[in-house]
Design a protein around this ligand. Structure first.
Ligand code: NAG
Ligand code: NAG
Ligand code: NAG
Ligand code: ZN
Ligand code: ZN
Length: 442
C-alpha cells in the first residue's frame, strides 16, 4: 500500500496507527489528537489578525543582513508577551527562543529575518517605508509564521515532550547568518531542524518538497583580466582585455555544456562585465563576475577549479593576465540543500494529515537557487520545504527577488501550523524512541 494511492481519512488513519502499535510497536506518525487543531488555531481571527499585523509591520520596515535590529526587537517583545524565554544577541541580531520542557529531545524551527537592497514597486497600504530596501524574498512572512508557531506551541506547552528551539536568523541573503548561529553553539543538542520558504506560484494550502537535494550549492567569483590600454584605432600597440574577456566568457560556457554530466544539473552565469569608458580607447583591464551552481560537492569543486583554469588560460591566449577571486570572505559558498530521508517521511505524514494528500507535492523538481539553510543540514539532519502563498489574481511579476512580489497572507496560518506540528510530533516520536530505548535497556 503506497501512501500515494491511498486516500487518508480519519477512520483509516486510526486503523493504521492501531495496526502499527499492535504489530510493530513503532508508530510512524505519533498522533496526539490534541495537536490536530493547530491549523484551526492559526486561522482563528485572534491569531491570524495578529500574524497579519506582524507581517505588515516587518514588511514596512525592511532591514538588510546583520542590521535586523528593529525586527529583532519586535520578535523579542512578542516572545516577552508570550512568556517565551530566549537568548539574544546571537549572531548580532539573532534570537533563539525555547518552548517546552527545556530537556531533550531538542528540535529547531528556523526563520530568516533579512530583506534585500531593492526598491519595492508594489503600491499598497503597507509598502516598504525604507527607500531601496524591500522584503522581496518573503522573510517577513517567515518571521511571522515562526512567531505564529511559537504562539500555538506555547498554548500547548504542557503537552510538548521535549524542547522546541526557535531560530530567528540574520543575513540569509549572502551573509551566511546560519554559519554564525551554528558557531554560537546554540543548536548543540538539537537533533533535527525544519525550515520553509514561501513561493508565490504555489497555491494556498499546498506544500512541496523532496528527499535529497532540493536546492543547489552556490558560489561567486570575480576576475580581473589585465591587458594594455591604447588607441582603439591602433590595436597592434595595445593588448585588448575586452576581446580576451569575451573569449573567457564563451569558454566558461563550455564547462557545463561539454565537461559536466548532462544529468547532473549545473549553472555558470557571468552576470557582471565591466570595462572601458570611451568609444575609442582600449581599456587597461576588464572585470567580470558571476555565480556557479551545482547539486553535489564534487561537481561544485570541479566547477570552481575549472573556472579558475579557464579564465587564466583563456586570458593568456590573448596575452592578458588574469586573477580570480572566489570572494570567500564576503560571499561564502553555500552548500547544496539536501533533505534528510527520515525527516521527509515525517514531513509528508504531518503535511498530508493537515492538508490532505492532494496538497502535498513530495517529489518537487529541484531548483538551482540556494539557501543558507544548507549550513544547518551539514551539522544536523534538516528539512526544507516550500509553502504556497499564491494570490487568487494572476500576478505575472510576483516572484522571489522581484520588486513586484506580493504575498497572499492567507498562507500564513499554514506555515505557522506546519512548523508547530512538525516540531511537536517530531518530539513526541523521539521521546517515544528514547523511552523505548530505555525500556529495552532494562
Ligand atoms: C497527548 O497529550 C496528552 C496531554 O494533553 C498526554 O497526556 C498524552 O499522553 C499524549 N498522548 C500521547 C500518545 O503521547
Ligand atoms: C546541551 O546538553 C548538555 C548536556 O545536557 C548541556 O550541558 C548543555 O548546556 C546543552 N547545550 C545547550 C546549548 O543547551
Ligand atoms: C603579465 O604578467 C607578467 C608577469 O608579471 C608581466 O611581465 C606582463 O607584463 C603582464 N602582462 C600584462 C598584459 O599585464
Ligand atoms: Zn532570497
Ligand atoms: Zn529567501
Amino acid at each position: 500500500m503506497s501512501s500515494s494511492s491511498f486516500k487518508f481519512n480519519t477512520f483509516h488513519f486510526y486503523i493504521i496507527i492501531f495496526i502499527l502499535q499492535v504489530f510493530a510497536a513503532t508508530p510512524i506518525l505519533s498522533d496526539n489528537s490534541s495537536f490536530n487543531d493547530f491549523l484551526d488555531i492559526a486561522k482563528s481571527p485572534e491569531v491570524f489578525d495578529w500574524m497579519m499585523s506582524m507581517r505588515r509591520k516587518i514588511h514596512e520596515n525592511p532591514e538588510l543582513g546583520y542590521e535586523e535590529f528593529e525586527t529583532s526587537k519586535l520578535i523579542r517583545s512578542e516572545l516577552d508577551k508570550m512568556d517565551i524565554p530566549y537568548k539574544h544577541p546571537v549572531a548580532i541580531t539573532g534570537v533563539i527562543g525555547f518552548i517546552g520542557t527545556g530537556l531533550s529531545p531538542f528540535v529547531a524551527l528556523r526563520a530568516d529575518m533579512d530583506a534585500l537592497p531593492m526598491q519595492e514597486m508594489v503600491e499598497w497600504e503597507h509598502k516598504s517605508k525604507v527607500a531601496g530596501k524591500m522584503h522581496a524574498c518573503g522573510h517577513d512572512a517567515h518571521v511571522t509564521m515562526l512567531l505564529g508557531a511559537a504562539k500555538i506551541l506555547k498554548h500547548h506547552e504542557k503537552e510538548i515532550q521535549g524542547t522546541v528551539v526557535l531560530v530567528f536568523q540574520p543575513a540569509e541573503e549572502g551573509g551566511g547568518g546560519a554559519t554564525k548561529i551554528l558557531d554560537a553553539g546554540v543548536l548543540e543538542n538539537v537533533t533535527a531542524i525544519f525550515g520553509l520558504h514561501i513561493d508565490p506560484n504555489v497555491p494556498i494550502g499546498e506544500v512541496a518538497s523532496k528527499s535529497g537535494p532540493i536546492l543547489a550549492g552556490s558560489g561567486f567569483f570575480e576576475a580581473k583580466i589585465s591587458g594594455k590600454g591604447g588607441h582603439a584605432a591602433i590595436p597592434q600597440q595595445a593588448i585588448d582585455p575586452i576581446l580576451a574577456a569575451s573569449n573567457v566568457i564563451i569558454s566558461l560556457q563550455h564547462l557545463v555544456s561539454r565537461e559536466a554530466d548532462p544529468l547532473d544539473s549545473q549553472v555558470v552565469t557571468i552576470a557582471k562585465f565591466q570595462g572601458g569608458s570611451a568609444f575609442n580607447v582600449i581599456p587597461d583591464y576588464v572585470t567580470i563576475g558571476g555565480t556557479f551552481r551545482a547539486f553535489s560537492k564534487q561537481s561544485f569543486n570541479q566547477l570552481r577549479q575549472r573556472i579558475e583554469e579557464v579564465i587564466i588560460g583563456q586570458a593568456a591566449v590573448h596575452r592578458c593576465n588574469a586573477t580570480v577571486d572566489f570572494l570567500d570572505g564576503v560571499k561564502p559558498f553555500y552548500p547544496p540543500t539536501v533533505n534528510n530521508g527520515d525527516l521527509h517521511e515525517h514531513f509528508v505524514n504531518v503535511a498530508v494529515n493537515m492538508l490532505g494528500i492532494n496538497k502535498v507535492n513530495k517529489a518537487m523538481t529541484p531548483v538551482m537557487g540556494s539557501e543558507d539553510f544548507s549550513f544547518y543540514q551539514q551539522a544536523v539532519p534538516g528539512y526544507f520545504f516550500i509553502l504556497g502563498v499564491k494570490n487568487s489574481e494572476h500576478k505575472p511579476k510576483s516572484f522571489l527577488h522581484s520588486p513586484y512580489l506580493e504575498i497572499n497572507e492567507d498562507g500564513l496560518p499554514y506555515g505557522a501550523a506546519l512548523h508547530a506540528s512538525l516540531a511537536s510530533t517530531y518530539l513526541l516520536k523521539h521521546q517515544q524512541d528514547d523511552e523505548r530505548k530505555y525500556h529495552d535497556e532494562l
